[in-house]
Design a protein around this ligand. Structure first.
Ligand code: GDP
Length: 443
């Protein structure tokens, strides 16, 4: 999801790479990319404008934290702002205790409203809440049957009065039935239309007035893009919503809806639908979503972890070593252990921009490779670790290491030559500011 946005922000990231201060000039290009990315992702224009203004004012003059590159810091600022736009924290569903929590579902036809009603019932049932579903969509021929089938599937009672009854009356009686049955939560599925229309709005408003719900959830299809902003605006203005469920987040959807809904309504997204199955509902977490939108993994966590783990003086020493080509196998081991203390290689790679796309096989290979390298280094003498060149000139040393570590001589030769290649490459790049350098080492 959000692939386009991720790619755009990746360019923004690149435009800041290698610079040591966040300044008015260098931030311009990055902001332009963020703006374009959000617009391309169909975020409402006004939401984009506010967002960019806030990021700009926060980024400018931001103190560059030592040990953290400005590009990473910029991404953290964008990330934090995205989290804020989407509401900061997870907003739970209302729960009236003791009593009956009434949830009204609203939204256009085809957005996944009926499915979401059943998904929500199952989700709550798993939390030991007893649910009731009410079928008020008397217009769409199969809607009532669809809910009955779903109800059977998840073992939740469905209240219905057939397709000749009045929807307001069905809702009223459904709530009463749920109350009499001692249910904890009643979820009322309503009729949608393909487009916003006055009859639908009037009926919804009437149902709302009749049952006085604790939650009115707008079901928004994540594929709607820009339209999500208008839809949210209309529903919130005319009916008043308390939150939203964003469906079809498993599809190839743009990120726009997630950002727009909260800004336009001031109400939180509470859940996301991530598939057609009835289990495919998840609580909405703004920080997770922001990380996914950025597609860069959680740089923030990486930066924080790095700060916790690395003594900065040590990092500076390491950098100096790298620049002067003194980086040896001992340093390599140290870096590897540091990476391990920060989590698995897979976990770490996901946090590094551009690396998130590595597949499980590649990650596993990387882990295996690191272990092999470690074993071979473990069989080296202190002198050899400090002076890798000793190994390139001595087949007998390589043979001994191969034997000691249970690898072939070819493996050892490759380790040594890859290490030397990496060392000269690192020296050329001269960018040893960040730990975790051996990410691509050795193949
Ligand atoms: P309603 O008209 O709003 O009640 O929509 P439905 O609940 O009937 O859903 C319309 C279609 O969208 C159905 O084919 C659902 O299976 C599908 N759908 C609903 N939610 C999701 C979701 O989160 N992901 C995917 N991929 N499909 C969904």
């Amino acid at each position: 999801m959000f692939d386009a946005l991720a790619d755009r922000l990746e360019s923004a990231w690149k435009s800041l790479r290698g610079q040591d201060k966040i300044s008015q000039t260098n931030i311009k290009e990055a902001l332009r990319e963020v703006r374009r990315a959000l617009l391309e992702a169909d975020v409402n224009l006004q939401v984009v404008k506010n967002f960019i203004a806030e990021v700009e004012s926060k980024a400018q003059g931001a103190e560059v934290v030592s040990g953290v590159r400005p590009d990473q810091q910029f991404i953290k600022i964008v990330h934090d702002e995205l989290v804020a736009v989407m509401g900061g924290e997870n907003a739970p569903l209302a729960h009236i205790e003791p009593g009956l929590t009434v949830v009204l579902m609203a939204g256009l036809q085809g957005t996944g409203k009926t499915t979401a009603s059943a998904k929500l019932a199952l989700y709550l049932r798993k939390q030991e809440r007893s649910c009731y579903l009410v079928a008020t969509d008397v217009y769409r021929p199969a809607a009532i049957d669809q809910l009955i089938t779903l109800g059977k599937q998840i073992d939740v009672p469905v209240f219905e009065l057939g397709s000749d009854a009045n929807p307001v009356e069905i809702a009223r009686q459904g709530v009463e039935a749920a109350r009499e049955d001692g249910a904890d939560t009643v979820i009322i599925d309503t009729a949608g239309r393909l487009q916003i229309d006055a009859d639908m709005m009037t009926e919804l408003a009437d149902i709302k007035a009749a049952v006085n719900p604790h939650e009115t959830l707008l079901v928004v299809d994540a594929m709607m893009g820009q339209e999500a902003a208008n839809l949210t605006h209309t529903f919130h203005e005319q009916i008043g919503i308390t939150g939203a469920i964003l469906t079809k987040m498993d599809g190839d959807s743009r990120g726009g809806a997630a950002l727009s809904v909260r800004r336009i309504s001031g109400q939180p997204i509470k859940f996301i639908g991530v598939g057609e199955k009835v289990e495919a509902l998840q609580p909405f977490y703004p920080d997770r979503m922001a990380s996914r939108i950025l597609g860069m993994g959680d740089v923030l966590t990486l930066v924080e972890k790095a700060q916790e783990e690395v003594d900065l003086a040590d990092a500076a020493k390491m950098q100096e070593k790298i620049l002067s080509a003194q980086f040896d196998f001992t340093d390599f081991l140290k870096q590897t252990r540091l990476m391990k203390s920060m989590g698995s290689l897979g976990g770490l790679m996901k946090m590094i921009p551009g690396m998130g796309k590595l597949n499980a096989d590649q990650l596993e290979q990387g882990e295996v490779q690191l272990k092999r390298s470690e074993a071979m280094i473990g069989s080296m003498t202190t002198e050899e670790r400090k002076n890798p060149d000793l190994l390139s000139s001595s087949p007998s040393r390589r043979r001994r290491i191969a034997k000691g570590s249970g690898h072939s001589e070819k493996d050892v030769s490759k380790l040594v030559s890859d290490f030397q290649k990496m060392r000269s490459m690192m020296q050329q790049m001269g960018q040893g500011q960040f730990p975790g350098l051996p990410a691509g080492f050795p193949g």
